[in-house]
Design a protein around this ligand. Sequence first.
Ligand code: FES
Length: 165
Amino acid sequence: MEITLDINGDRQVLDLDPRTSLLDALRHHLGLTGSKKGCDHGQCGACTILVNGRRINSCLTLAAMHEDDEITTIEGIGRPGHLAPLQEGFVRHDGFQCGYCTPGQIMSATAMIEEAREGWPSYVSPSLEGDIELSDEEIAERMSGNLCRCAAYTGIVQAIREAAE
Ligand code: FES
């Protein structure tokens, strides 16, 4: 079936099996290999992208479900020589070792910082509404869907806290 997707500001028309996951559409049909496939079951966060500004695991959703959505991948955040501040923070604080999880970490953190600036929605916890200081513990909790097998968590948290300030 023909599917039109808005990815990083570009309209892309694809001929896909309707069962194609959004992650596979990005990686195998559009060559956007920044989003990684780790578990393919929604457990590792390596495939995290933004859909209408919210973070999702792209392995858990079908491309055909997102024709009206604005999709952002790591390729839309920064480029070599023109990194986003959050990406520069990951470099500065050694927020990675092998780098496999890094695109998902960056996308998840990008959305998480926006969520914090908006104030946590009431469905998270009424007690968390309003201004929130992103403590290291809160960052770790809000990033708990993104695993790092190299355990570079100290640098990841430092980079995110710096970007959120
Ligand atoms: Fe999607 Fe692991 S590959 S969560």
